[in-house]
Every structure is written in structure tokens, then in C-alpha cells.
Design a protein around this ligand. Sequence first.
Ligand code: FAD
Length: 453
Amino acid sequence: MKRIGLYLFTQDCRVQDNDALYLLSASVDTLICLYCVPPQTRFDKHFSQTTSSQAQRGYLKSTLQGLQNALAQFGQTLNIEYGDPRVVVSDYIHRYEITHVGSSIPVAYNESRLWQWLKNTFSDVNFQTANNSQMYYRTQLPFDLTELPKSFSSFRKKIERDEQCDRALIASQQPCYHLPPPPHMMQFKLPQHLINSQNNGYYGGEDNAQKHLAAYFRSHAASHYKQTRNALHGSHFSTSFSPYLAHGALSPQQVLRALNEYESQYGSNESTYWIYFELLWREYFHWYSQLHQGALFKFTGITQTKPLTSFYAHLFSAWCNANTPEPLVNALMNELNETGWVSNRGRQIIASYLVNELKVDWRYGAAYFEQRLIDYDAPSNWGNWQYIAGVGADSRGGRHFNIQKQTQLYDPEGTYTQLWRPKNTASVPIDLVDHTDMTGWPNDQPGRLSNAK
Ligand SMILES: Cc1cc2nc3c(=O)[nH]c(=O)nc-3n(C[C@H](O)[C@H](O)[C@H](O)COP(=O)(O)OP(=O)(O)OC[C@H]3O[C@@H](n4cnc5c(N)ncnc54)[C@H](O)[C@@H]3O)c2cc1C
């Protein structure tokens, strides 16, 4: 019997260093490559009031085009389908008489549930996974996942003390030499809603990821990373690896390999180590998501504590529309809305502002980021929001950033605020915000605060 494989690309949009793709390729005679774009409707995701942004769609488009280019070099084609992944994958299994399905080990809650559902539904199909988006396999961890440390520091120390987790060991990479052909001619076609999407300064895809990785280390910025990483803008102040990592155009192992090579050539210091340190945060949140599953999206988080926040439509709308009384917050929100990316310090400031100053339920902020960020990664996003809201992995019970102090520290001349100042919005005093009429919510379209009475 002919073995027909279906590879489901998720957050691993690359051909090189893709263990799950190689595993499946070795087991089948022909191969179909699939990426499924879930349909976007308003109010369909968690607490979201919006749909995927133009910048986010544009970035996804370039990622998928990059994946298609990489696959084409091996005589393969990417099939892109728009729809509920359960329906799409089931349809492919029936239509092409699929015998084997492969994918990256699911890390986020919804992806895990999809995978489990497929396995339960198609018991006669062979399902295969491998680790494609994390640094470590579960069996490599120096503790059982149920004993994942409650704080990042203790997780990091355990990993760093363990010989099996040595970063020199996990950075090895296997090049791809061969992929089985598709069963018949297939055509690469972008879904309609992606065709007209514009990129806004950021381009995804495997080839761009490799070029960016090389350019970053060539710039020697890695030797100063710790001093510059908290900046709000500038060239190479942080690595900007996150959009590539989130879509899997780049693997954490590839980053570690480049980092190790850089250190062996130019020497290691606290800054080069700190890049690894930050990647460990990502790793931590990925295990955190696998352990806590649906609790990642709960108001009370993983600590079961209720934050003293609620949902105020107009405050939330002001925040989304970069129309709060704080110029720095507005500039950061404007950058997020325009480009889909904002620095780590910037994210901390706007998240803290929503939760601590506007007293809005953190989940609305997290859901808004989900629809805006070009580097959206469920574990990193919801894990960081929980951390700031005080319902996550922070023993200090949340983070409150003083906006004036942050402005003095990170934008003392107002250069960033000026650069990203939103056009056509006026700052509205907070007391006005608190007295707006919210009775029409959610049927009224969230408007700008300046229009509120
Ligand atoms: C409220 C909030 C939401 C966030 N949402 C996301 C998200 O959806 N996707 C995402 O990738 N990151 C998220 N982050 C983490 C962090 O802000 C970004 O990873 C970082 O800004 C990306 O820029 P960079 O690649 O230049 O990071 P660098 O500073 O160069 O760090 C290198 C890499 O380490 C990882 N990393 C760094 N900081 C963190 C962190 N705090 N948590 C997890 N991983 C980290 C990223 O993979 C990053 O690419 C969020 C942070 C906050 C405060």
C-alpha cells in the first residue's frame, strides 16, 4: 500500500532544521504540505474585539511565501487552506487517503486539542510529531513537567545546572536533502484575505530569517545586547528574532548555533549570555503553557487570584486607539497598531498601563495583542500578560510600571514619543474617560474617546 503523508505546518514554517518534517518524509512515499489559516471573525477569539491586523496578515503572507520558496527547492508545494483546521485536515485525510500525518509537537492549548481530536477521530492513521519550536524535549528537562518551577529563576537555574541541557549540545542541526514529492501537481495559492495584505517594515520567511540572523551577529550588537535590550527603538538594540521564531521560520537551535559560533569567534560576555537568558524565558513560557493548558487564558491565571479589574469599554477603546492621556502609551500603541511589533519594554509599559492605571481586565489586552503582534506566540503572550497582571509566574504579585519614570529612563528627550505620535488624536483627561456612557457596549462600535461626551 502506498504511504501518503500529510505535513501540517504550524509554528514551524521552515524546511531546514525541521525534525517533524524529516521524520514524516522518511516514512512516506508521497507528501502533501499544508498550512491552515483559521477563519477570522469578530469576537471569535477569547476576548478579542477586533480581527487580525493588516500588518499581521502581511507578515503571515511573507512567511508563507518564504515557506513556499523553500519547499519549491525540493520539488514540493505548500497548500494553504482557510478554515477550521479540524474540517480542513479531516477533508484532506479523506480526499487524499492519507496514511500518515506529521506536525510539530503542539505547545499551545488549542493546537494540543486539535491534535488530540485528530488522533481520536482517525485511529487508523499514523500520527507523528517532533520538537520544532522549543530548545528541549520534555525528556531532557531535569524535572517532571508537573514539577515545573513556579518561578522563571528557579527554572533557569535548574536548566543551567543540568549537563543534558548544555546549549552547545542542543544547537546541532541536520540539513534537509530530500522531501518526497506530492502525489500529483499542486498549486501554491494564497487565500484571498492575504493577497492584498501589506507588510509594514517586517518581512517573514525562512530565507529572510537566515539573512537577519547573519546580519544581527555580523553587526556585533550581540556584545552589547544587555546594555541596549530595554531601549524602545533603534537599530539592533534587541535581536528582533521574535517574529521569525513565532512562525518558526527560525528555530531556537539555529539561534543558539549562531550565538555559539559568535562567542567562539569574538568571545562571550554578559550580553551574549543574556540572549540565551531571554530565550530561556520563551522556553519557560512554552512549558508553562503545556502544564497549565486552558488556565493560561483564565482571569485568575494560574495563581487562582482575582485581580481588582473589570471591563470598561471606553477605557479599553482609548488604549487600543492610542488615545489615552499618556503620550508615551499612545506612541507605543501606535507603533503596535502600525507595524505589529513593539519592544519588550514597550509591551511591559502598555500592559501595565491597561491593568494598573485603566484597571481593565488583562485578558482584553492579551487578546488585542493576539490580533496585532506579528510575533504572536500564545505561551509568550498570555504568560507575559499573566505575569504583569499578577496572576502568573511572578512571586511579587505583578508588575506596575510608573509611566513618568519609564519616560525619563527610556525616552528622556521624547524622541520615541515624537516618532510614533499618533496623527489626529487628542489626549483626553482620565476623569472624562471614567464618566463616559457605556450602556451601548458592545453594540456600539468602539469609538475614539475624543468623541465621547
Ligand atoms: C505583555 C507582553 C506580551 C508579549 N507577547 C509576546 C508574544 O506574543 N510573542 C513573543 O515572542 N514575545 C512576546 N513577549 C516577549 C517579548 O516582549 C518579545 O519576545 C520581544 O520583545 C521580542 O523582541 P526581540 O526578538 O528583539 O527580543 P530580544 O530581547 O532580542 O530577545 C531574544 C528572544 O528571546 C525571547 N524573549 C525575550 N523576552 C521574552 C519574554 N519576556 N517572554 C518570552 N520570550 C522572550 C524572544 O523569543 C526573543 O526573540 C511579550 C512581552 C510582554 C511584556
